[in-house]
Design a protein around this ligand. Structure first.
Ligand code: GAR
Length: 197
């Protein structure tokens, strides 16, 4: 049975594009919705160009009322009847109530080798710590921030010349390989961890 995938974004959507491009042929899933909390997300245009249904649920009118925002968010996502939810650069922290409704069906990509560097500014923090390695993680979403079971990690060696920007760009390339690989397995019901390299 083909799995239906909704992708949540807030910005450029390059991970969303990588995921959407991967879902062809014998892939067990197909994209059914790309939703952003920002109407001007470049990723929405890219999704529409790929023929994927798009939606916007702006968080700002809810004025900090996360539960009210998430009630609308949930209904809009549910209308597309997804089996799997992929957070791909979706920059809103979700409450436990929302997460619990989708738990076991929701993935996130985070730009660090979790459990290191939950939250923001991961590349600068890896450099400041003098780390030799950095990378990205795909994990199941649980109520604690950036903390669910790890499904895949991709790593690279930090170069002495790296800046937060060069590191972000290099990690993003890894993200585009890791996230589709994990989604393909997850959609087939296989939760074994993928390690790259
Ligand atoms: C990616 O690097 C993703 O890992 C990060 O935002 C970027 C989105 O890029 N996500 C987080 O930091 C989540 N806490 P994209 O819009 O081009 O996919």
């Amino acid at each position: 049975m083909t799995r239906r995938v909704a992708v949540l974004i807030s910005g450029g959507g390059s991970n969303m594009v990588a995921l959407a491009r991967s879902m062809t042929g014998d892939h067990p899933a197909r994209p059914v919705l790309v939703l952003s909390n920002k109407a001007d997300s470049a990723g929405l245009t890219r999704a529409a160009e790929m023929g994927i249904e798009t939606a916007v649920v702006d968080h700002r009118p809810f004025d900090g009322d996360r539960s009210a925002f998430e009630a609308v968010l949930h209904d809009r996502i549910a209308a597309a009847e997804p089996d799997i939810l992929c957070l791909a650069g979706f920059m809103r922290v979700l409450t436990a109530g929302f997460v619990e409704r989708w738990q076991g069906r929701m993935l996130n990509i985070h730009p660090s080798l979790l459990p290191k560097y939950r939250g923001l500014h991961t590349h600068a923090r890896a450099l400041a710590a003098g780390d030799a390695e950095h990378g990205c993680t795909v994990h199941e979403v649980t109520p604690a921030l950036d903390d669910g079971p790890i499904l895949g990690q991709a790593r690279l060696s930090i170069d002495p010349a790296d800046t937060p920007d060069t590191l972000a760009a290099r990690v993003l390339e890894l993200e585009h390989q890791l996230y589709p690989a994990v989604l393909r397995r997850f959609a087939a019901g296989d939760r074994r961890v993928i390690l790259m390299p």
